[in-house]
Design a protein around this ligand. Sequence first.
Ligand SMILES: *[C@@H]1O[C@H](CO)[C@@H](O)[C@H](O)[C@H]1NC(C)=O
Ligand SMILES: *[C@@H]1O[C@H](CO)[C@@H](O)[C@H](O)[C@H]1NC(C)=O
Length: 260
Amino acid sequence: MLLLLLLPVTFLLPAGTGAGKIIGGREARPHSRPYMAFLDGRRGEMKYMCGGSLVHEHFVLTAAHCSGDQIMVLLGAHNIHKKEESWQEIKVHRQIPYPRYKKKTRENDIMLLQLERKANLSEQVGIIRLPQPGEAVKPGSVCGVAGWGQTSVTFGDSSNVLLEIDLEVLGDAICEDHFSCYFDPRSMLCAGDFKGNKSSFQGDSGGPLVCDRVVQGIISWGPDNATPPEVYTKVSRFIPWIKKELAKLKKPLDIPGFFS
Ligand SMILES: *[C@@H]1O[C@H](CO)[C@@H](O)[C@H](O)[C@H]1NC(C)=O
Ligand SMILES: *[C@@H]1O[C@H](CO)[C@@H](O)[C@H](O)[C@H]1NC(C)=O
């Protein structure tokens, strides 16, 4: 029964429910993480928010539990409520959750979003590197997470700006102890901060855990009181699938002069 008591929650924040932001975070230097994507989603009547990262001009990487009826991607933003020259708002053309994503156990919580138009790369909008297939992150590595998770009850009534924290990647045994069978070390990364009360939380879902300028993790789930540790999708496990999906993008439009 211990299991039930420890039942963790996914970090999805329906707009208007309050709770949660990057906890203990500092404001990021504007546009210092040009790969960050803000996802404005809708599921029926419910609006929700997530994070993501640009991994290709046509694709954003996020968590599978961030899927919805419709998603708008905002790139090049620092303050998501103050429009800037650098903003690029692009509709999601196709949501591609990992085929074996399991909602109940949160396994394989990863999704690609194919954009309707390609992102224009600039100083404020850039692509983040993917890890090598099977690449491992050593426990003790310090990685960054960032997000726009909300600070108050009303959507739009939040801190607005991108917040960031540094977290340590932890040994799998720590998450196995905390979450027992919910934690699968083959497809999940354990990370957290036991000293400074810092945590990713609701509304940050889908955003990247960045280690050495590579997106090694995706913000996925953790305890609902934001105590450490938290669980991240292990991106390196899914590289063959990501590469396969990216390769499906048909080329003709990209060939210069093809239609001229
Ligand atoms: C990219 O730049 C082109 C040309 O300026 C513009 O038409 C297009 O809307 C831009 N794309 C986005 C996603 O902002
Ligand atoms: C973390 O939170 C606990 C409980 O709220 C508090 O007692 C402690 O001082 C905090 N630690 C830091 C480093 O802020």
